[in-house]
Design a protein. Structure first.
Ligand code: HEC
Ligand code: HEC
Length: 207
């Protein structure tokens, strides 16, 4: 409940700032999309390179735009995505986010099938002894997310593992500007590496 209220206020302020949006010429949007897809996969399904490029297909637009802003303001550290994001206009960010949401490729999968059952239990029930709430309570029963809560279904398992393992080294890096990453920080922190691998295996295979 608290999370929902906090999220609500962030989402509103993001929308009010986004006043300079104009129509993006189609050719410009298509060119930018092709550029994103060179790393994120032709259908936005993600790509396993030297480091995992996350799936963007089906992602919630509010979450996607929040992350672009976080890269630009260096609240979320990633040198590649800083360079990509800081040249995007608010209108372009919105147009890209809306387009990626419509894509629906099969998940790349690849996580261990043996771990998926344990992962599903963590996803649906949390880990009460470690004060980890059910992931489903925020990310949705089907893991498709909503508004500022990201979709996790079909996300690359090595990407999920890397994000949960490094959460406080990468996200929420501007203490003067707290953001939604604070909601996930204690959860990521309380998961063991084995639990992270299990939940990643479960999520990476979900449609
Ligand atoms: C040169 C490769 C490259 C290009 C081009 C690129 N990205 Fe990325 N992107 C990455 C990598 C790598 C990450 C993962 C960063 C991390 O691990 O935190 C990422 C992460 C993201 C994320 C965060 C996803 C999440 O689930 O939190 C978003 C959103 C994103 N990119 C959007 C875009 C958009 C929109 C474009 C095109 C304008 C684009 N990217 C182009 C490499 C790229
Ligand atoms: C109280 C609500 C809440 C719960 C419970 C929760 N999350 Fe999250 N999660 C969030 C929010 C909010 C974000 C987006 C943070 C941001 O915008 O920086 C997030 C982001 C994430 C991300 C990053 C996604 C990406 O594309 O980079 C992963 C992975 C994740 N959560 C996994 C989990 C798992 C696994 C669980 C259960 C063990 C869980 N979450 C439980 C609220 C929650």
């Amino acid at each position: 409940m608290l999370a929902a209220i906090v999220i609500g206020s962030f989402a509103t302020s993001a929308r009010t700032e986004d006043s300079g949006r104009g129509a993006i010429p189609k050719a410009e949007l298509e060119a930018k999309l092709s550029y994103c897809k060179t790393c994120h996969g032709l259908s936005g399904q993600g790509f396993r390179g030297a480091f995992p490029m996350p799936r963007l297909a089906g992602q919630q637009p509010d979450y996607l735009i929040n992350q672009l802003q976080a890269f630009i303001e260096r609240r979320r550290t990633n040198p590649v995505m800083f360079n990509v994001a800081h040249v995007l206009s608010p209108g372009m960010e919105k147009a890209l986010a809306e387009r990626f949401q419509t894509l629906n490729p099969k998940p790349l999968g690849g996580g261990s099938k043996e771990l998926a059952g344990e992962g599903q239990r963590i996803y649906e029930q949390g880990i009460p002894s470690a004060e980890v709430p059910p992931c489903a309570s925020c990310h949705g029963a089907d893991a498709k997310g909503a508004e500022a809560f990201p979709r996790l279904a079909g996300q690359l398992h090595d990407y999920i593992i890397s994000k949960l393992t490094n959460w406080s080294k990468e996200r929420g890096q501007d203490k003067a500007k707290p953001d939604n990453s604070d909601i996930m920080a204690p959860i990521a922190h309380n998961l063991t590496q084995a639990q992270i691998k299990a939940v990643a295996a479960y999520l990476s295979d979900l449609d």
